[in-house]
Design a protein around this ligand. Structure first.
Ligand code: PLP
Length: 247
């Protein structure tokens, strides 16, 4: 991919986000584009940063930790599952955790956050379609998770995230995207709290997600092109090779 190709893709996505906001009667500023850089090398990531994309999403802790020092300054978000043994490493880089999906991880996060003083934004991943194969809380599980966070009183819970089932037409995601928003509304009422963030919408359905209230859209292939899994492998770690040996 050459630079101009990237700039054109980015401009086209920007335009589509702007149009979706207009249709929904929303401010462009209420939607944050998270550029999903997984599998892409630092050279490509730097191109994106130079073109104004400052919020980047990685789905694996190790890949993010290895890549970030090779890239210009940016805000890194974790959008993939967080394993308990990687929480400390994750907190050294990521400021928003989109995909917290178990009570154990919440418990460990609270303890380690207290120890280290790190206070990332936390979003709970919810499996709104109740697919057996997916990560995420059930809607009822999300309720228990909110209760736990409020009882612990440590973490900054800011919203919900979902990955709807794959469907050929974006319109078919709408019920799932809407279900996440309605669940958010219900949790806000039930607990008397504010959960402003909805992380939903990817390359295939981000416009529908914006119409349904998304505040973060996580876009990879529509910006960077088709991913080749494992295309970029971290060579070394910032301070120790052992991070990657576990993987
Ligand atoms: C890879 C990924 C994305 C981006 O997917 P595209 O379809 O390439 O836009 C979004 N969210 C999560 C959680 C991902 O892992």
């Amino acid at each position: 991919m050459n630079e101009n190709e990237f700039y054109e893709r980015h401009a086209a996505i920007e335009q589509r986000i702007g149009q979706a906001c207009e249709r929904a009667g929303r401010d462009r500023g209420s939607v944050q584009l998270v550029a999903v850089t997984k599998t892409w090398p630092p050279e490509i990531v730097n191109l994106a940063i130079a073109d104004g994309l400052r919020v980047l999403g990685e789905n694996r802790v190790q890949e993010g930790l290895a890549k970030a020092p090779l890239c210009r300054s940016a805000e890194w978000h974790l959008i993939g599952p967080l394993q308990r043994n990687k929480i400390r490493h994750a907190l050294s880089l990521f400021t928003v955790l989109h995909s917290i999906d178990s009570l154990q991880v919440l418990e460990d996060l609270a303890r380690i956050s207290e120890e280290t003083g790190a206070r990332p934004d936390i979003l709970l991943e919810v499996n709104v379609a109740d697919e057996a194969t997916k990560h995420g809380f059930t809607p009822k599980g999300a309720e228990d998770a909110v209760r736990k966070v409020l009882e612990d009183g440590v973490l900054r819970l800011t919203g919900l995230m979902t990955i709807p089932p794959w469907v050929p037409e974006p319109e078919q995601s709408r019920p799932h995207l809407r279900a996440l928003r309605l669940l958010r509304d219900r949790l806000e009422q039930m607990f008397g709290i504010s959960l402003p963030e909805l992380s939903m919408g990817m390359s295939s359905d981000f416009e529908t997600a914006i119409e349904e209230g998304a505040t973060y859209v996580r876009i990879g292939s529509a910006l960077f092109g088709k991913r080749v899994s494992g295309a970029w492998k971290p060579q070394r770690t910032p301070d120790s090779d052992s991070y990657y040996l576990q993987n």
